[in-house]
Design a protein around this ligand. Structure first.
Ligand SMILES: *[C@@H]1O[C@H](CO)[C@@H](O)[C@H](O)[C@H]1NC(C)=O
Length: 187
């Protein structure tokens, strides 16, 4: 996570995906996304976080690092677009369609579409974990989630720029060798 903004009484970290906001500047709509991280003490309840976001900020996209049902419920009807995370440990069971369907039935179906879930992110920088089992199941897990019954919800996976061998300028971006063919290439 990049820098942390400490609002009066809760913690939001400004993620790389604030880039989304920059990408949308040319259009007339301003869009700002933040990470909502819950690893801290004395956090306010999610409902208070949602009212804060709605009444005091332009933030309209929020990423959470799990599928906490209290948070998912609190964003219902807010219109805020939510990115939810399938945690690293769930990746092996998600790699087969029945596992992905069970996961979606527990973590997405009860809340969608009242809660505007627009993206499921799979794992959190799992390349950095060096865990071969998780890495091998990453793309299959993404495929199964895509096929698990919510075509409107996109599936993605977040990584550090360390997975690139070249990143400047962005148009010359390249995955590191091994990552490109072994992990991300379509089979
Ligand atoms: C859900 O979020 C998307 C942005 O990802 C937005 O375009 C859409 O209008 C939102 N839907 C609702 C019902 O608020």
């Amino acid at each position: 996570m990049a820098g942390t903004l400490t609002a009066p009484n809760f913690r939001l970290s400004i993620p790389a995906f604030i880039l989304l906001a920059l990408l949308s500047f040319p259009s007339r709509v301003l869009s700002i996304g933040v990470n909502y991280d819950t690893l801290a003490d004395n956090l306010p309840p999610p409902s208070q976080v949602v009212s804060f976001l709605k009444s005091k900020t332009y933030i309209d996209r929020v990423k959470i690092f799990d599928c906490n049902p209290d948070i998912l419920r609190s964003f219902a009807g807010s219109g805020i677009s939510l990115f939810v995370t399938a945690p690293n440990g769930d990746i092996p069971s998600l790699s087969r369609l029945p596992g992905a369907c069970v996961w979606v039935a527990a973590n997405i179906s009860p809340f969608y579409p009242a809660t505007n879930i627009s993206l499921i992110v799979v794992g959190n920088e799992i390349m950095a974990s060096g865990d071969r089992n998780l890495i091998a199941h990453l793309v299959p897990a993404m495929r199964s989630l895509s096929a698990a019954g919510f075509p409107q919800i996109r599936v993605s996976t977040p990584h550090s720029l360390g997975i690139l061998s070249a990143s400047q300028p962005p148009s010359s971006g390249r995955f590191r060798r091994v990552y490109d063919l072994t992990i991300f290439a379509a089979a």
